[in-house]
Design a protein around this ligand. Structure first.
Ligand SMILES: [Fe+2]
Ligand SMILES: [Fe+2]
Length: 208
């Protein structure tokens, strides 16, 4: 098979484009919740807004579960694993991103603890929570940027059409019931709840 025929995006066409669109869409959803979290923190810090702990808790819950249970496993098992095989020089980049998946999970534990201390301890505990949210957002945006700027172009260049079919099936929720459509619907419902609770401009909830 000629090299140009083997390679992914031109040949895989629909599968590759759909898989990439789903990955980018999941990134946008996560980024939207992170922006919402940062907005709420800045409203409390800069405008003295009353903290909505139910909303903050829902957002942290989403930022915890969506990547951990849904998005990262699909990257690790399919996109990263196939890219590592097809293009070994991408190994160090993939190591770094998988390490970030693990570090991110630890950072979320810390965020949960700091939110609990803020809820129980009051204003004196707010700066530590706010700093942790800011640091987590920077960390996670760096991660998303590396995947979109570095991994997706390499995947487009080196993966085969058969690889893209596998990745598309995984990201579309057809491969693993634990990562599949039902889970996706659950996350959509949680995202909807966040939008319903959050005040404008991040959601459609009541103004405070
Ligand atoms: Fe990732
Ligand atoms: Fe990602």
């Amino acid at each position: 098979m000629r090299r140009a025929e083997r390679r992914g995006v031109q040949v895989a066409g629909g599968c590759a484009l759909r898989a990439i669109a789903i990955i980018q869409d999941e990134h946008r959803t996560l980024a939207a919740v992170l922006h919402g979290l940062l907005f709420l923190v800045r409203e409390i810090r800069d405008r003295g807004a009353t903290p909505d702990f139910a909303l903050l808790g829902s957002m942290l819950h989403y930022v915890d579960l969506f990547p951990e249970r849904f998005h990262h496993p699909k990257e690790d098992r399919y996109l990263f694993a196939l890219l590592r095989t097809r293009h070994p020089p991408a190994g160090p980049l993939i190591d770094l991103l998988q390490n970030q998946h693990e570090i991110g999970a630890e950072k979320i534990r810390e965020l949960d603890q700091r939110l609990a201390r803020f809820r129980e301890g009051g204003t004196a505990e707010f700066p530590a929570f706010a700093d942790a949210v800011e640091a987590y957002a920077v960390f996670h945006w760096d991660h998303l940027r590396r995947e979109e700027r570095d991994v997706i172009p390499l995947a487009k260049e080196h993966l085969t059409s058969a690889d893209w079919e596998v990745i598309d099936a995984a990201f579309a929720g057809h491969t693993d019931p634990l990562l599949g459509t039902d889970q996706g619907v659950g996350f959509e419902a949680l995202f909807r709840r966040i939008v319903d609770l959050a005040p404008p401009p991040i959601g459609v909830g009541p103004m405070r």
